[in-house]
Design a protein around this ligand. Structure first.
Ligand code: ZN
Length: 422
């Protein structure tokens, strides 16, 4: 269905008008096909009872005997799976945060790992606490470390103490001063049981990073400098043994190396369905950026960029084939990257790199819950888990692009219908 309305205004309208649960109602999702993500099996025509925001029973509908007042969503022929976890998100300046949150919910995102923010994360957290009706995925907050920080172990200890007080769950390393600071940071983090992840610290060797307790590496950096295949295999094995996660953010490479210039961006999965005012804005911004860089230079650099990108695709495939832990994150925020919906784009990028649909879906659901050590509370469709779920009209195990058929997003049992525009 083609909509005359812009997607964004439609999304906002759909979310605000058709949200029927301001409080977590008891709910049954009836006769749905379930992709639990515990394994790749599809449970056919089951019903899911949700109470107080949690999945309490999965059974045939006739066995559930709904109490009066329980909302029933008929979902025959549709697909239920855990909501998506956007594992690499940058938050904008104040005033734009609510739109980002809404767009993520509309795209089926129920968890966000904040990797940087133009607004105080503590302020965001306080505001969400005070306004329970604000529509938002569940947020995982970070403490950023930049290269101007040269702390001793005890200084890092007190920083981590403060983080715990403020409900900040992990450290994102943006840039590193030197190797000594890395040693101090990891010593303190391991002692205080605080997760550290982020950019690859170029002052330190990949082998040392993999052995340090560093939990996730962004953008596949660190592996890119290894030209010797045996050494690369060794590092991939170490990545697997040490359970280090990788968050590839392939879409960021497409943008940063201008690989879709001059007009391949029009073929992007999400381009045509993005709001016109967004497309107009992006096109203007992108033209200005290319102008600044110089058209000739951009085109000349594209060939080398495509080779780098192909190498990254191969690396991702190798990590995946080895059984390494992967996190899907979109790094949205640049031209042609719509918040939330860019997760669909990133998942398609992985598919083009040869990653199987189950692995892609795991990397956007259950594997992120493991990253946060929260696999007992979310990330799969199982009894006892939070009802952070999406209902799709098409099966994403058949074609990963079907992830775009999100019809319903459920967070802690609250139900949103954002997606009749597909
Ligand atoms: Zn980033």
């Amino acid at each position: 269905m083609k909509l005359k309305l812009s997607l964004l205004s439609f999304v906002l309208m759909a979310l605000t008008c058709h949200t029927f649960a301001q409080q977590a109602h008891d709910l049954i999702i009836k006769d749905v096909n379930i992709l639990s993500m515990r394994d790749s099996n599809l449970l056919i025509k089951r019903s899911v009872l949700i109470q107080k925001g949690k999945i309490v029973r999965i059974d045939d509908f006739k066995n559930l005997r709904p109490a009066k007042g329980v909302k029933v969503i008929s979902a025959e022929g549709k697909f239920l799976m855990p909501g998506l976890a956007e594992m690499h998100s940058h938050f904008p300046a104040e005033g734009q945060v609510d739109t980002l949150l809404l767009e993520n919910v509309a795209a089926g995102v129920t968890h966000i790992r904040i990797m940087n923010s133009g607004t105080s994360q503590v302020a965001i957290r306080e505001r969400l606490k005070k306004s329970p009706d604000l529509i938002s995925p569940k947020l995982h907050y970070s403490q950023l470390i930049r290269k101007d920080i040269r702390y001793s172990v005890s200084q890092f200890d007190s920083l981590m103490m403060d983080m715990k007080k403020n409900g900040i769950s992990f450290i994102k390393l943006l840039s590193l001063a030197d190797e000594e600071t890395f040693d101090n940071l990891m010593k303190s983090a391991n002692k205080n049981k605080v997760t550290v992840c982020g950019h690859f610290p170029r002052a330190v060797s990949l082998e040392k990073v993999l052995n340090s307790g560093y939990k996730s590496i962004e953008h596949l950096a660190g592996y890119d400098g290894i030209s010797d295949e045996t050494q690369l295999e060794k590092m991939i094995s170490l990545t697997k043994d040490k359970a280090v996660y990788n968050c590839p953010t392939l879409d960021w490479d497409l943008f940063s190396m201008n690989l879709q210039y001059p007009d391949d961006y029009k073929k992007r999965l999400t381009y045509a369905s993005s709001p016109k005012q967004y497309r107009d804005k992006w096109e203007k911004e992108y033209a200005a950026e290319i102008e600044k860089k110089g058209k000739e230079k951009v085109l000349a650099g594209k060939e080398a960029g495509l080779a780098i990108f192909a190498r990254k695709q191969q690396l991702l495939k190798k990590l995946s084939d080895k059984g390494c832990l992967l996190l899907a994150g979109s790094d949205a925020g640049n031209s042609f990257q719509m918040n939330g919906f860019n997760m669909h784009e990133e998942m398609w990028n992985w598919s083009l790199a040869g990653i199987g649909n189950f692995k892609i879906l795991q990397s956007a659901t259950v594997t992120p819950s493991m990253f946060f050590n929260e696999q007992d509370s979310w990330g799969t469709v199982e009894v006892g888990k939070s009802a952070d779920l999406i209902i799709l009209s098409k099966n994403p195990m058949k074609d990963i692009r079907h992830i775009r058929s999100v019809e319903t997003t459920i967070i802690d049992g609250k139900v949103y219908f954002p997606a009749t525009f597909h």
